[in-house]
Design a protein around this ligand. Structure first.
Ligand SMILES: *Cc1c(COP(=O)(O)O)cnc(C)c1O
Length: 402
């Protein structure tokens, strides 16, 4: 039974890699009264959040905001740029890449899914040389888009998008580059313009620290051009009308006014801390988390240190330990939610989110809950991950501006 009136003492620890905990000031901002979305004050809000979110994507070009979850923005990226039967090259990094590919099939596209075989592909990032080799074979340019996931939330792997751009340029191939950074934005370094991405897809409930409910398409001039001839049916997702009305701070239909109040507050927080400081904080907490996992004697899901995720860490459980049973124990004993193993990793790993509104003590409490839970589950740990993470955090100088 769902009991929203049940209030155990202390805060619930929502340590899944999205939705991430929503800071109190964002919740308060969202409680302002809803205003007329065609009235004069609205434009001020609209223009502010559109300008601010461009800074987060690092783009000079339009960013479309949808009243939808990330999945909607995935669909928008495809239907605005492609035509029925188009071949798209998609790269298997994990569960989310697989879901995006399924969506492409459902929309009548012809996705070609490449990657490393088996579990191996779920432990490493996008191999840009594979993309380059495939594009070089495609001399007739039948491939219309390359789709990759930047931060693969199911595994804790952050792929190198600049290397994908380089591979496409090296092959001299004109395909569009579509990137999902739904869980990477505002936690991991991301550069829409510099990396030559044509459509970047993101969402609200991960690094942006908002509740679920709004999502984004950052565009390039080439993507806007492609949208003029793309023939997949689209109505709600169509960019043209939204981009046009956004110039004055409005939307063609009712936007999620209260989530935009939240976005305005989140932008103040993130840009106030400074994007670079936000990334340093995430990298540091992620490193502390990995140090803990190693001290426990457990394996990190990501097998390539060059692409460790600053957003989350996948922890593989040893043979005979059901990761979901362990998560259940931790939830029931310590009121903490950890991410489940998805797809190919079901029951074999759990995911620790350390994104968004997370600091040293949030992470330490999280690791403590994991360590106690694993002790209760009877796991033989090599050592204390909590101690190891503490030593690391203590030894680090931090750029707090307080
Ligand atoms: C969360 C997530 C999605 C799905 O977004 P929804 O908001 O749940 O629709 C897609 N891709 C990645 C990488 C994600 O982390």
């Amino acid at each position: 039974m769902l009991r929203l009136d049940y209030h155990p003492a202390g805060r619930h620890f929502l340590q899944i890699p999205g939705p991430s905990p929503v800071p109190d000031c964002i919740l308060r901002a969202m409680s302002y009264p809803t205003i007329d979305h065609r009235g004069p004050e609205f434009a001020e809000l609209g223009l502010k959040v559109i300008d601010g979110i461009k800074q987060i994507f690092k783009t000079q070009h339009p960013v479309v905001i949808y009243p939808a979850s990330g999945t909607g923005a995935w669909e928008a990226a495809l239907v605005n740029t492609l035509s029925p039967g188009d071949t798209v090259l998609m790269y298997e990094t994990g569960h989310f890449a697989t879901l995006w590919k399924k969506m492409a099939e459902n929309l009548g596209l012809n996705p070609e899914f490449i990657g490393l075989p088996g579990i191996e592909g779920w432990r490493r990032g996008v191999q840009a040389d594979q993309i380059e080799a495939r594009l070089r074979q495609d001399s007739g340019h039948t491939i219309k888009a390359v789709c990759v996931v930047h931060n693969e939330t199911s595994t804790g792997v952050t792929s190198d998008i600049a290397s994908v751009r380089k591979a496409m340029d090296a092959a001299g191939h004109p395909a569009l580059l579509l990137v999902d950074t739904i869980s990477g934005l505002a936690s991991a370094d991301y550069r829409h313009d510099e990396w030559g991405v044509d459509v970047t897809v993101s969402g609200s409930q991960k690094g942006l620290m908002l509740p679920p409910g709004i999502s984004f398409n950052a565009l390039s001039p080439k993507a806007l051009e492609a949208s003029k001839t793309a023939r997949l049916p689209r109505a709600f997702w169509g960019w043209d009308e939204i981009v046009e009305m956004n110039k004055t701070g409005y939307w063609p239909y009712t936007p999620s006014t209260n989530l935009l109040y939240g976005l305005s507050e989140a932008l103040d927080m993130i840009l106030g801390e400074g994007l670079d400081n936000v990334f340093i904080r995430h990298n540091r907490l992620a490193e502390a988390c990995r140090i803990a996992v190693r001290a426990w004697g457990l394996e990190i899901q990501c097998a390539d240190p060059a692409v460790y995720s600053p957003v989350l860490t996948g922890v593989m459980t040893p043979e005979g330990i059901d990761a979901d049973q362990l998560r259940k124990t931790i939830y029931e004993r310590f009121d903490m939610s950890l991410g489940t193993g998805l797809g190919k990793m079901k029951g074999r790993m759990y995911r620790i989110g350390h994104l968004g509104d997370c600091n040293d003590l949030t992470l330490m409490a999280t690791l403590t809950g994991c360590e106690m839970g694993m002790q209760i589950a009877g796991m033989k740990l090599a050592g204390s991950g909590v101690s190891a993470a503490m030593d690391y955090l203590v030894s680090q100088r931090v750029p707090f501006n307080r």
